[in-house]
Design a protein around this ligand. Structure first.
Ligand code: A2R
Length: 330
């Protein structure tokens, strides 16, 4: 089997490449933007070193429709994992045009390139969307099912909802094999500290290294979110690419919401130093839903997937990753 991972320089890409190569024996090709590099040095001391030496790596801007087409014709993969996105909610507010271009037009370029291939050579495509697509959910809609109404509350979420709709249309209209996922919060070593678990682990690691006063600055601790280790997430992606039903959407999450207060408690328990927790207004969101929790019945029915890495382990390893970075002065 040959897999093409589009947008592999982000958080998920290296984990997905490693899983496809090492666990499933796929040949892999991956794309990145010219300015990026695909992080291979998962040098956390607790992760296996990512071996992506045998991956063919290509520069690709998904806004260049001809380049996407040429690459697909050249690689002829069995599977395409479309990860490339403008995935920051904050940047989507400040740069809506770019976000619409990358997340919608970019996805359409990928779908069009697949459509242009002879039917018998078309790969199966996995489009990665977001739990944010559901947006303003009511209490009685939790845990959220895939057929819940969508009410995106921000521009990023709207573009991902749109990508999912295109995927469904292409699957039906052109008999293409397109599977869509809505990923909930995924966490682990190597994640940007824009996200809550990475942010808190980085702060604590800096405090332990004496680089920051021992005050953990937090946003709303009461909200509950559905966290899954990124390594479990990529296993779900590979399973859905292989046996998800074309045209269908699948939630990918743990199915269990945990409060941010509990996350803070777990991190502080793992630290040897005394830390004060203080609210930071800049970390509060204008609209914060009290609970976001995925119903993952459909994913489990289709694939038999179960999360394998518990929250405590992910937090331990994420903290370890940031401790190493703090010691290295990064
Ligand atoms: O925005 P950058 O410079 O970090 O680059 C991102 C890249 N990307 C592009 N790739 C090709 N052509 C473009 N025009 C383009 N614009 C941005 O896609 C980044 O390296 C990659 C996406 O990775 P992350 O933002 O780290 O997402 P992550 O966490 O790996 O999640 C994978 C997917 C994304 O579609 C998320 O929206 C979704 O899962 O949750």
């Amino acid at each position: 089997m040959k897999s093409l991972i589009i947008g592999a320089a982000g958080f998920v890409g290296a984990y997905l490449i490693r899983h496809l190569q090492q666990d499933l024996g796929h040949r892999t090709a991956a794309t990145k933007l010219p300015k990026e590099r695909i992080t291979t040095d998962c040098n956390t001391g607790c992760m296996q070193k990512t071996q992506i030496r045998e991956t063919e790596i290509y520069d690709l801007d998904i806004l260049d429709a001809d380049a996407v087409l040429n690459l697909l014709q050249r690689i002829r993969p069995d599977y395409v994992f479309h990860l490339a996105a403008q995935s920051s909610v904050a940047v989507a507010w400040s740069h809506p045009g770019v976000t619409v271009d990358v997340n919608i037009r970019g996805a359409v370029n990928v779908l069009e390139a697949v459509r242009a291939m002879e039917k018998e050579n078309r790969p199966r495509v996995l489009l990665v969307g977001s739990g944010e697509e559901y947006g303003l959910v009511r209490a009685e809609e939790i845990p959220i099912c895939e057929d819940n109404r969508l009410c995106p509350g921000n521009i990023y979420a709207a573009t991902k909802a749109c990508q999912t709709m295109f995927g469904s249309i292409y699957a039906k209209a052109y008999e293409m094999e397109v599977v869509m996922v809505r990923a909930f919060n995924h966490i682990g070593p190597n994640q940007e500290p824009l996200f809550v678990v990475a942010d808190f682990c980085r702060q604590v690691a800096w405090m332990e290294a004496g680089r920051q006063e021992a005050v953990l600055r937090v946003g709303n601790l009461d909200v509950r979110r559905d966290f899954t280790d990124v390594r479990d997430v990529v296993r779900a992606y590979a399973m859905l690419a292989a046996c998800g039903k074309s045209g269908e959407v699948y939630n990918v999450g743990s199915g269990r919401a945990v409060s941010i207060a509990d996350i803070v408690r777990m991190i502080l328990q793992k630290s040897g130093i005394s830390i004060t927790v203080e609210p930071d207004a800049s970390k509060l969101r204008p609209v914060d839903l009290p609970v976001i929790e995925a119903n993952i019945h459909k994913l489990q029915q289709a694939t038999g997937w179960q999360p394998q890495i518990g929250l405590e382990q992910t937090i331990e390893e994420t903290l370890h990753y940031w401790r190493n970075r703090a010691l290295a002065g990064m």
